[in-house]
Write a protein that binds this ligand. Structure first.
Ligand SMILES: *[C@@H]1O[C@H](CO)[C@@H](O)[C@H](O)[C@H]1NC(C)=O
Ligand SMILES: *[C@@H]1O[C@H](CO)[C@@H](O)[C@H](O)[C@H]1NC(C)=O
Ligand SMILES: *[C@@H]1O[C@H](CO)[C@@H](O)[C@H](O)[C@H]1NC(C)=O
Ligand SMILES: *[C@@H]1O[C@H](CO)[C@@H](O)[C@H](O)[C@H]1NC(C)=O
Ligand SMILES: *[C@@H]1O[C@H](CO)[C@@H](O)[C@H](O)[C@H]1NC(C)=O
Ligand SMILES: *[C@@H]1O[C@H](CO)[C@@H](O)[C@H](O)[C@H]1NC(C)=O
Ligand SMILES: CC(=O)N[C@H]1CO[C@H](CO)[C@@H](O)[C@@H]1O
Length: 762
């Protein structure tokens, strides 16, 4: 043991000592393409190569080569550099930042193979005649073009403004694109060298991209299901919209340089909306100008393209939300009103409701012995390991032919592993006791499995103790519709406040992300066995903020088709101010643990696309506002100028406190003195997008211990398109420390403009 440890210490020392000299991929970000400030306009690639040859020693000329070049929405390139060369380059004129080409992760980590139904925006949604011309770019793992979800029957000709292409690969032909899937590109991805599963082709090799694409804009497919579960019509949020796939990811993740290139191309190709279900880990977030998604999204937004991103799956702790720049629409995940129930019948007749997707063949006619993992421990194995179904912890002789009960007190062993351990020990089935993961059904394939919370778990353990011959069966999974309460904030959904700035409230909005049925690659998943005698399903049920993000992309496309002239921030505002904080019981939305959700859990609430078509008032956040944000955040004028490419000076005194004044559809005050009488005032401007002669009045939902006033509290709009401003004053009376949450409602009788706020009392 000591020797192994030493080896690690030595080897890491070795890496440390030489890291300066090992070339690695770096991104050289050079700001806006419309740079009026730097006069010379040489061919960009040529200029970049010249830049590289000036710093790379002549004996290593081979490295004077560009991996990805960015030239449409913004400027820059990626290349293999040593750390020292990277530092040298970052001092060059025209360079905004040089940062390592890190690998970003898909936001369905923890390899969840969850399932469920309803990929659309809710049943009963009326199908308004939408124009066909909204194009959604998806940056993901590729696409399976043969899926019925990408059938283009009935779609009109591709809009002439479209400049994208359909790249070919060994298994992907130009004819795989059609009037629905109008573009497909793939990129060299650093993550591919680690995982070889990815092909040189836009074809999906993971399943993630096929799933997200069909959720955003899949065509209507009747009778979709996952082996009979979640049966019904599958359709994307905006079935009339077009899709373009930009494959920058594989099983191993997505390299930053490829994601940047994908955004650059998508903007140039002519997409209207970009959906990105990937991101950094919440622990290793870099600042906005070293974050490829933040950089790409900034420039996309400048050109009128709305970028929607998943907030990550690192919940439920605070400060876990990622992709939280103010020019991004950041999405959290909720459950929907469908759940997958797999009942457990104990030998004493008691029936307990578990959650799972099982294709087991157990029936009422035969019960099996039930054993607690602890009692099935192999010789010299700690009971805590056996209780957790740790690999190698169970004794075959004790578990063969029995249903094993395990707990989940050790998060290092995933459900998939526990299932494999139980299966490997010849058990008949597995019951998992776990409060936190319960809401997200695990797909155990044909192995009988069910998951229960702590109270049902205690009943099972009591029963185990009460008899010498305990028995049980795990029954078939049924899907329960109109399940209540729904939506519920998914426990994994990343929470605010944002780690980089607390002056902007994040996430922005919540959408379905638990058990979502959408298109799948018809390729066997190595970990899951099929139900006997069935063909591989063309649909899969998955969970994650990855699944929530394309729901919002579909909704945004729906709004854009009705309001083609709205800017990205107006569409975002419409979605946020019409979101609901009420569940299908008419009560406040709760979190997975049962408590009321706050606005750091769910943003403005669960999106409601139909209401968002007619929001009444919208908040527009302009590029100037975002530049001002960067000033307040602390970037220097000259850095911001490079970003924009035109003259710009931070106005007034830059202070992080002023971030709250950015014209955003929600309000966050990062820090307010705790003394009685401490106060702050935040201003906002709205545009009337509803009828002329509208009068709105404000009502306030203030948290305990605050006095919140709105000035003026009546806004009169003579015409559509007219702006009005108001101030919100927060007065601390006897508030507790920490965040207080509330909302300001503006209503004209016909529209409700709900703006949520979070105020932190220090
Ligand atoms: C859907 O499936 C059911 C049973 O599998 C079948 O009876 C029905 O005709 C199918 N409907 C369509 C539209 O294919
Ligand atoms: C269930 O299926 C397995 C094979 O998947 C088979 O070995 C077993 O005998 C079956 N059990 C019952 C009760 O049919
Ligand atoms: C089972 O019974 C034993 C002794 O009778 C007791 O120590 C143990 O706490 C009981 N376990 C449970 C889960 O009730
Ligand atoms: C940019 O604006 C600042 C202040 O508005 C001014 O002092 C400066 O000369 C301008 N620079 C250019 C290149 O226009
Ligand atoms: C709005 O109100 C004014 C004054 O009452 C009236 O003259 C005008 O026609 C109204 N406009 C509309 C569009 O109703
Ligand atoms: C704001 O609107 C929401 C949604 O209708 C409602 O639940 C809430 O009570 C309203 N708050 C105030 C202060 O009017
Ligand atoms: C969804 C599904 O196929 N569930 C199966 C679970 O196991 C029972 C047998 O106990 C089957 O009848 C179900 O079909």
């Amino acid at each position: 043991m000591a020797q192994i440890l030493q080896f690690f210490i030595l080897s890491s020392y070795f890496i440390y000592a030489t890291s300066n000299n090992i070339p690695e991929s770096y991104i050289i970000y050079m700001g806006s393409t419309s740079n009026e400030l730097d006069g010379n306009s040489k061919s960009t690639d040529e200029a970049h190569l010249q830049m590289l040859s000036s710093i790379i020693p002549s004996e290593e000329k081979g490295r004077v080569s560009i991996i990805h070049s960015y030239s449409h929405a913004f400027k820059g390139f990626s290349a293999m550099l040593t750390e020292k060369e990277a530092n040298t380059l970052s001092g060059h004129d025209g360079v905004v930042r040089v940062f390592p080409d890190n690998i970003l992760q898909l936001h369905t980590t923890r390899s969840w193979d969850f399932l469920e139904a309803e990929s659309g925006l809710g049943s009963g949604r009326t199908h308004r005649k939408a124009s066909n011309d909204v194009i959604i770019g998806i940056i993901d793992t590729g696409i399976w073009p043969e899926s019925k979800s990408f059938d283009d029957t009935g779609m009109s000709a591709i809009p002439s403004r479209w400049k994208g292409i359909c790249m070919e690969g060994s298994d992907f032909k130009k004819s795989d694109c059609n009037r629905k899937l109008i573009g497909a590109r793939y990129y060299k991805n650093l993550a591919d060298s680690v995982h070889t599963s990815s092909l040189g082709s836009p074809r999906d090799s993971v399943g993630h991209g096929t799933h997200t694409s069909s959720t955003a804009a899949g065509s209507i497919v009747a009778n979709a299901s996952y082996y009979g579960l979640a049966q019904g019509m599958a359709k994307g949020g905006s079935p009339s919209s077009r899709l373009a796939m930009y494959k920058a990811c594989s099983m191993g993740g997505c390299s930053s340089s490829a994601v940047l290139k994908a955004i650059d191309d998508a903007v140039n190709d002519g997409v209207d909306i970009i959906s990105i279900s990937i991101g950094m880990s919440s622990i290793f977030q870099s600042d906005f100008l070293s974050d490829p998604i933040a950089i790409g999204a900034f420039h996309a937004n400048e050109r009128g393209v709305l970028v929607i991103c998943s907030g990550g799956n690192d919940g439920p702790d605070p400060y876990t939300v990622v992709n939280a720049a103010p020019w991004i629409l950041t999405v959290g995940a909720s459950s929907i009103d469908r759940t997958f129930q797999s009942s457990i019948v104990l030998g004493n007749g008691k029936i307990l409701k578990g959650v799972a997707i099982n294709f087991s063949n157990l029936t009422h006619s035969q019960f099996y012995p039930l054993i607690f993992g602890r009692d099935g421990a192999a010789a010299s194995t700690p009971v805590s390991e056996a209780s957790n179904c740790y690999p190698g912890s169970l004794d075959l002789e004790k578990t063969t032919g029995k249903i094993v009960v395990c707990v989940d007190t050790d998060p290092s062993v995933s459900r998939r592993i526990k299932k494999m351990v139980a299966e490997g020990s010849q058990a008949k089935g597995l019951i998992l006791v776990d409060e936190s993961e319960r809401g997200v059904p695990f797909d155990s394939g044909s192995f009988p499995f069910s998951e229960v919370g702590n109270s049902a778990g205690a009943q099972i353990l009591d029963y185990l103790n009460s008899t010498s011959k305990p028995t049980a069966i795990i029954l078939a999974t049924e899907d329960l519709k109109e399940y209540k309460p729904a939506p519920v904030v998914a426990y994994f959904s990343a929470r605010g406040p944002g780690g980089l700035t607390e002056g902007i409230l994040k996430p922005d909005i919540m959408a379905p992300g638990v058990g979502i049925l959408a298109a799948a690659m018809p390729v066997a998943d190595p970990g899951t066995d099929l139900p006997a005698g069935k063909k591989i399903s063309n649909f899969a049920i998955k969970s994650g903020t990855s699944m929530a993000c394309p729901h919002v992309a579909g909704a945004a496309a729906f709004i854009r088709s009705a309001h083609p002239r709205w800017s990205p921030s107006m569409i975002r505002s419409a979605l946020m101010t019409t979101a609901t904080a009420t569940n299908n019981l008419g009560k406040p939305i709760t979190t997975n643990s049962g408590g009321n959700a706050n606005y750091h859990d769910m943003g403005s609430g669960e999106m409601s696309p139909l209401r968002a078509l007619s929001p009444g008032l919208v908040f527009e956040t302009t590029t100037q506002d975002y530049l001002q944000f960067l000033c307040y955040y602390g970037y220097k004028d000259q850095v911001i100028r490079k970003l924009l490419g035109t003259n710009f000076s931070c106005s007034g005194k830059a202070s992080a406190n002023l971030i709250s004044n950015i014209n955003y559809p929600s309000i966050s005050v990062a820090r307010l003195g705790g003394n009685r009488g401490a106060q702050t005032t935040v201003s906002r401007t709205v545009i009337n997008v509803g009828p002329s002669n509208s009068t709105y009045t404000a009502t306030v939902d203030a948290p305990a211990g605050f006095l919140v006033s709105v000035l003026p509290n009546k806004l009169v709009f003579a015409k559509r398109g007219v702006k009005a401003s108001y101030k919100v004053k927060f007065d601390v009376r006897n508030a507790n420390k920490g965040y207080g949450f509330g909302s300001v409602n503006w209503s004209d009788g016909a529209h409700l403009v709900r703006t949520v706020f979070a105020v932190n009392v220090a």
